[in-house]
Design a protein around this ligand. Structure first.
Ligand code: ADP
Ligand code: MG
Length: 318
């Protein structure tokens, strides 16, 4: 079995171009760009909680970085550097090879450099810390939505949650529906370009990690506003239409986590700009609701009547 230092050298040390000092010293050194604020976040994936222990290691490498890139996307930032703290039950060469391949291919796609981390032995757990940059004073926050804004969402919602239900045996997806949903669960694409395009356009933003209802609730609470969301307007993959009547479907749309799409608010006079961004990025952007006075987030049926909803978003301690 390779030693800790061999693991770091073989699988995680890569030459860095933008960091003044990368892996190998007690700390990395980076120089932020002028007029930027650093946007910093971390996310942990725990075996058995966030993924099945036998998940494809390349997918895990991809996802451990993707969920962090998504947080930078939600702030309207440009991701730049990452740190990787990995706890492994054993140093399996094939597993590490695939994991690092998944991690670095996504890192390359988004111009992110791995500049440090920590390696230890124990139950499989991965924590990535991401450092991004955002134009000073312009970040997309959760606390700036205002009465009258529209509520928008990118891409499609619920696919990752339905793929998970499939893996758990609660639903049977097939063909294209299965293929596409599984990609959303295992290898989500962080909406980094969208976040940056929304600077100066959106009034607030969040990434959908806990479910639309819970994440809209986070914006509502931070901004001190209420929201109405039209259930029928929440976009989903057309391949999943035949599951519409399944109770798991509505649950996935409202409370399914793991989609990593962006949910954002914008003044109605930004609609044309948002449509242009959608075309530019070839990414669906759908208006699903409205910000209003109050504090509740209501889900409206086809008649505009608030529905009785008992579903809640993901909460590790609930
Ligand atoms: P220290 O004992 O000073 O904390 P380590 O021996 O843990 O240093 O790490 C040596 C170097 O390798 C450091 O630069 C650290 O950031 C880096 N490193 C350790 N583990 C990882 C990892 N999984 N991915 C990337 N860099 C790592
Ligand atoms: Mg250390």
């Amino acid at each position: 079995m390779p030693s800790e230092f061999e693991v770091i050298a073989r699988y995680f040390s890569r030459h860095t171009r933008t960091a003044s000092l990368g892996i190998g010293d007690d700390a990395a050194l980076v120089m932020p760009s002028v007029d930027s604020e650093l946007a910093i976040a971390c996310d942990t994936l725990v075996s058995g909680t966030h993924f099945f222990a036998d998940v494809e290691p390349a997918a895990l490498g991809h996802k451990s970085l993707a969920v962090n890139l998504s947080d930078i996307a939600a702030m309207g930032g440009r991701p730049r550097w990452a740190l990787l703290a990995i706890t492994l039950p054993e140093a399996n060469a094939a597993w590490l090879e695939a994991f690092s391949e998944g991690f670095f291919s996504l890192a390359k796609q988004f111009g992110v450099e791995l500049i440090g981390g920590d390696t230890s032995r124990g139950p499989l757990t991965i924590t990535v810390t991401i450092i991004g940059e955002v134009v000073a004073g312009r970040a997309l926050r959760r606390d700036q939505a205002s009465d009258g804004d529209d509520l928008w969402v990118s891409g499609q919602i619920g696919s990752a949650a339905l793929a998970l239900q499939h893996l758990r045996g609660n639903l049977r997806l097939k063909g294209l529906a299965l293929e596409q949903s599984m990609v959303r669960l295992l290898a989500p694409v962080p909406r980094v370009e969208l976040g940056r395009a929304l600077l100066g356009v959106a009034s607030s933003a969040i990434d959908v990690s806990d479910g639309v209802l819970a994440d809209a609730g986070h914006i509502a609470q931070c901004s001190g506003v209420g929201m109405d969301i039209h259930l029928a307007d929440i976009p989903y993959l057309p391949e999943l239409t035949r599951f519409k009547a399944d109770p798991l479907f509505q649950h996935a749309l409202l409370a399914g986590g793991d989609d990593y799409e962006l949910l954002f608010t914008a003044a109605p006079d930004q609609s044309a700009r948002i449509a242009a961004i959608s075309t530019e990025l070839a990414l669906d952007l759908t208006r699903i609701g409205r910000v209003r006075d109050g504090s509740s987030v209501d889900i409206l049926d086809e008649n505009g009547i608030a529905m009785e909803i008992s579903v809640k978003g993901h909460d590790h301690f609930a």
